[in-house]
Ligand binder design. Structure first.
Ligand code: EPZ
Length: 421
């Protein structure tokens, strides 16, 4: 298993390009199953999760062509198999996002029940409840969700989610695009990736309004046609590099992303003492050589502070000036990276879903182990501000969500390289 070797060093400096968003690309790839014609998806990040989703579509017989810069043309109408097998779903929970499209376009689907992961149990009850409200008949047996549309196909429904769920909103919104009649989603997730998915569906001919708000209205249509869609930039990748620059007292510039999807993160970075500047498609951060100030974080659904940025800020707070608390409200076990940071000399204690952090000037390098995607990114940040060489194990987590992470950090002046076991 590969590892990343990070030598603690000085401030990050330089400019990098932000890749396409993993969490927008995955539902958009699933949405191509709804179309009766080929859909070209561009700006896909070169990530393991993307290749897994492409493998899943291929396993269902869906014809697709990958071009030289990972643009993918997918013809959903060529799908011959509506099963998402355990072997693929167990490696990527987001496979559940093919359920709604398969049900809506082909009338049946059999998707392995996604298990939990390191950060939590990750149930999908809201996905299933929304589809059942549209008339779907759903059973769960032998680890598989089997779903059938009612006679005449799915019907529009009024769905009030028990809690804000990104995947649940995406799955039900996709199914509603081809349902008969109107579907209204209440307490819907407002994440920018939902807006990107809705914009792609609209480009395919779907009738959707309210996306980005807590109430989304979808009027089903007979069929969806092809389009070419450019996936939005990855705001979490961008935020990760900005926090790394803040933790190392650096100065960096990001290309191909604007500030509007990162407001909660940028507010916290300014609070930490960063000078932020931005334009339509760039963001710069400059610490002017200063140590970051500790900032308090509480994760919330968008537009609140994103849970996917919590681990990275925990790493910055570990070396910031002052005491801070970080409260994780979305997932039940997403403070696990703090234990590995304490092995690097961080001063973090946990009370319930809150980490209490007393910043120290530097950390000390140690061999550490990644547990999930964003926790592994936070350990890389910790390695950048530790004296010595930090070896991060199980970095397959990182390869699921960060395109060319060592090249990008290297371009910013970090000493980081991949070492085989
Ligand atoms: C998406 O996961 C993202 N993944 C996650 O990013 C992100 O952390 C999360 O949204 C929250 O923003 C993708 O988009 C592929 P949820 P998702 O449904 O859809 C509970 C990353 O690092 N819940 O919004 O699975 C759930 O347990 C990943 O890129 C139910 O109880 O998240 C959680 O506590 C990690 N029942 C909360 O809701 C359900 O049916 C939010 O989950 C669905 C969710």
């Amino acid at each position: 298993m590969d590892k990343l070797l990070i030598s603690g060093g000085g401030p990050l400096a330089g400019e990098i390009r932000v890749s396409g968003s993993k969490n927008a690309a995955l539902p958009i790839l699933a949405a191509t199953l709804l179309s009766s014609e080929p859909v070209m998806v561009r700006n896909l990040p070169h990530l393991h999760d993307i290749t897994t989703m492409i493998a899943l579509l291929r396993s269902m017989g869906t014809e697709l062509i990958v071009d030289e810069n990972l643009g993918v043309e997918i013809n959903g109408s060529t799908t011959t198999e509506t099963t998402a097998p355990y072997e693929l779903v167990k490696t990527m929970r987001a496979s559940i996002l093919v359920l709604g499209p398969l049900l809506a376009h082909f009338g049946h689907a059999r998707v392995s029940f996604p298990g939990g992961c390191a950060i939590g149990s990750r149930p999908v009850d809201q996905h299933l409840r929304g589809l059942e409200a549209m008339g779907a008949i759903i059973d769960v047996d032998a680890g598989y969700i089997t779903a059938r549309a009612p006679e005449g196909g799915l019907r529009g429904a009024h769905v009030l989610f028990d809690m804000v769920t990104v995947g649940g909103t995406e799955n039900v919104m996709m199914a509603a695009a081809l349902a008969k009649g109107r579907t209204v989603l209440e307490n819907a997730a407002r994440e920018p990736e939902i807006v990107d998915l809705a914009n792609c569906l609209i480009a395919m001919g779907a009738k959707i309004s309210g996306h980005g708000s807590a109430t989304i209205t979808i009027d089903g249509v007979e069929r969806l046609h092809g389009c070419t869609y450019h996936v939005m930039a990855d705001r979490i990748e961008a935020g990760t590099y900005l926090v790394a620059a803040a933790a190392t007292r650096g100065s960096i510039r990001l290309r191909d992303i604007g500030p509007d999807t990162l407001e909660a993160v940028l507010v916290k970075l300014v609070e930490a003492g960063a000078k932020i500047d931005s334009g339509d498609d760039w963001i710069s951060l400059d610490m002017e050589g200063r140590r970051p100030k500790a900032v308090n974080i509480k994760t919330m659904p968008y537009p609140g502070f994103p849970t996917d940025m919590q681990a990275q800020f925990t790493a910055m707070n570990a070396v910031a000036d002052g005491v801070s608390h970080v409260t994780e409200t979305i997932f039940e076990n997403r403070l696990i990276q703090t234990h590995e940071m304490n092995r690097m000399g961080a001063k973090i204690s946990i009370e319930g879903n809150t980490a209490m952090i007393t910043g120290t000037e530097r950390l000390k390098a140690a061999p550490v182990m990644a547990s999930d995607l964003r926790a592994s990114a936070s350990l890389v940040i910790a390695g950048l501000v530790a004296d010595g060489d930090t070896l991060v194990d199980r970095i397959y987590h990182i390869d699921r969500g960060y395109e060319c992470i060592e090249e990008k950090f290297h371009a910013l002046g970090a000493t980081i390289r991949r070492v085989a076991n």
